[in-house]
Design a protein around this ligand. Structure first.
Ligand code: PLP
Length: 469
């Protein structure tokens, strides 16, 4: 579906915005320019009504099963949000209490992720995992450069080894910071980066390996311990010592609570840094992310800026300057409100709902599960070969969209790009009851699609839309 709102060429161009006269004061304009700033002012109530009514056309975020980002918080969280909307995270001097709360939060995460020494670690909040991943990647690059320079070796050709199934932020990282990405393809035998043939990708110019805890395409975890063991073997054979950044955008806030036996964090000595999205399974509205380093030595001093803070100095490490502080307070609220037990309960309930849904979808007949929602509460399925005659998963996605549910279909990454899958992300707020309604909708639409004797006409642009990022 073309985006009618952002692409004027897609519609019969009408640059006027008409306002219902009932909303305006006598004498106030009822017609405004849509793509130029209006000359005059208007009543705030009128402006509110226009913004409110336009935003109303967005889908219902609670039915958006494509997003990983939180779409529900409780009323006390909303109070804090409204009270703190004016806080700028970068003003550490003006808002020292918010800065202190930021510090508490990343230290709680460092502890949760088993840093060896809580006094010798460093971390920060970010605007999301993207910024956090960029900082983790930059630290790896700078460490590699400093190591090479000290030995008089070239720093001309850095590379980063990662799965072809990484989130788009890693493509951006490699593009923006001029690092050669070495993508390890996804195959049906190796759906995630698991160390298989890693020696073919790693060399003396490798700044690091990215391991994803909760791949966006499938929700599957990359086995960090297994990757680390393979890197041990590579080091033993070649002397090349390569470290890991764990992109735990989703999984770093699920595994500690629901899979405590899984080794993936700083307990593995090759893990240099871990990032997560506070606004995904950290259970905060967008945007907040976090990144923590295993110790101060692996976060090069040359990346840190010092800002004045309460007469002392405060290290900062960030791409952005100004950014909202409210989400950091919301993160602290959730940590206090839920504690480990609460996070475990919330995430386990999402895992249970995900597995309830995946089992029922598997039982419908035409589908094979690729993942079941037992890592993060995210699962993916494909059409069984010969499972459907005149329809495919894009049709099912379109039919569900008409009912308000966003359940995206998209191709897998290389080398599996011929395989189209469909995914559901279960989050706090998708209750078992709502999940039951969703299942009923899926069943009804599958029944409808099965009854087709010819394929539905399709908007060419619609198929192939990728929601995996
Ligand atoms: C969502 C996601 C990102 C990007 O995170 P944002 O918080 O949206 O910036 C990076 N990596 C993975 C694995 C993700 O799931």
């Amino acid at each position: 579906m073309p985006n009618l709102f952002s692409d004027p060429s897609q519609q019969s161009f009408d640059a006027r915005l008409n306002v219902n006269p009932v909303f305006v004061r006598p004498g106030e304009a009822t017609q405004l320019p849509k793509y130029a700033m209006p000359e005059g002012m208007m009543e705030s109530d009128t402006a509110y009504q226009i913004v409110h009514d336009t935003a109303m056309l967005d889908g219902n975020s609670r039915l958006n099963l494509a997003t990983f980002v939180s779409t529900w918080m409780d009323d006390n969280a909303k109070r804090i949000y409204a009270e703190a909307a004016d806080k700028n995270m970068v003003d550490k001097d003006e808002y020292p209490a918010t800065a202190d709360i930021e510090d508490r939060c990343w230290r709680m995460l460092a502890d949760l992720w088993h840093v060896p020494d809580p006094e010798d670690t460093i971390g920060t909040s970010t605007i999301g995992s993207s910024e956090a991943c960029m900082l983790g990647g930059l630290a790896l690059k700078r460490l590699w450069q400093e190591r090479r320079k000290a030995k008089g070796e070239s720093t001309a050709n850095p590379n980063l080894v990662l799965s072809a199934g990484v989130q788009v932020v890693w493509e951006k990282f490699c593009n923006y910071w001029e690092v050669e990405p070495r993508y390890v393809p996804v195959t049906s035998d190796h759906l995630v980066l698991d160390g298989h043939e890693l020696e073919k990708y790693v060399d003396e110019n490798t700044i690091g390996v990215v391991a994803i805890l909760g791949q966006t395409y499938t929700g599957l975890y990359e086995p960090v311990a297994q990757i680390a063991t393979k890197l041990d073997e590579i080091e033993a054979a070649t002397g090349i010592d390569v470290r890991i950044h764990v992109d735990g955008a989703s999984g770093a806030m699920v595994a500690p609570f629901c899979q405590p036996e899984l080794a993936w964090d700083f307990a593995i000595y090759r893990v240099n840094s871990i990032s997560t999205s506070g606004h995904k399974y950290g259970l905060v509205y967008p945007g907040v992310g976090w990144v923590v380093w295993r110790n101060k030595q692996v976060c090069p001093e040359s990346l840190i800026f010092r800002v004045s803070y309460l007469g002392g100095d405060m290290p900062t490490l960030a791409l952005n300057f100004s950014r909202p502080g409210a989400q950091v307070l919301l993160q602290y609220y959730q940590f206090l409100r839920l504690g480990r037990e609460g996070y475990r309960m919330v995430q386990q309930e999402s895992l249970d709902v995900a597995q309830y849904l995946s089992s029922a979808i598997e039982a419908m007949g035409p589908f094979d599960l690729i993942s079941r929602g037992d890592t993060i509460p995210v699962f993916t399925w494909r059409l069984r070969d010969g499972g459907a005659k005149n329809w495919d998963l894009y049709d099912l996605a379109d039919r569900l969209r008409m009912r308000g549910w966003l359940v995206p279909a998209y191709p897998m990454p290389d080398d599996l790009s011929d395989l189209v899958v469909q995914r559901i992300v279960v989050r706090l707020g998708l209750s078992r009851d709502l999940a039951g309604h969703l299942l009923q909708a899926i069943q009804e639409e599958v029944t409808f699609l099965e009854s087709l004797t010819v394929p539905l006409p399709r908007d060419a642009e619609a198929s192939g839309r990728s929601f995996a990022h």
